[in-house]
Design a protein around this ligand. Sequence first.
Ligand code: NI
Length: 136
Amino acid sequence: MLRRFTVSLEDKLLARFDRFLKDRRYVNRSEAVRDLIRKALVSREVEADREVVGVISLVYNHHQRQLQDKLTELQHQFHHDVVSTTHIHLNHDDCLEVIIVRGKASRAKALADRLIALRGVKDGTLTMSAAGPHLH
Ligand code: NI
């Protein structure tokens, strides 16, 4: 069931919010507010170290000595958390590896931090969504 509530905002803040909606292509304010609320709740789940699903993306040079071994070794250390890994050969030198994890937020962060810190990893990100029943 949808419920309505009223929000009071200063003109300036509302104008900035409306520009944000336009930039992000939101169809209306309600949809944008729902997303912002969900985002805030997800960060609370992460802070409370609840169960999350995470996506770790890594771009790395596969010529880097021993890097692939280290990437594999770390993922085996976190085998309870790793759900799936996809590897794409981007060009002659670079690979993209996308690792899907499920488990405590702190574990996802720990794995992502260690992978991203490896020598030869050019770019790395971790995004997390709440996996528990709390959001829905
Ligand atoms: Ni590759």
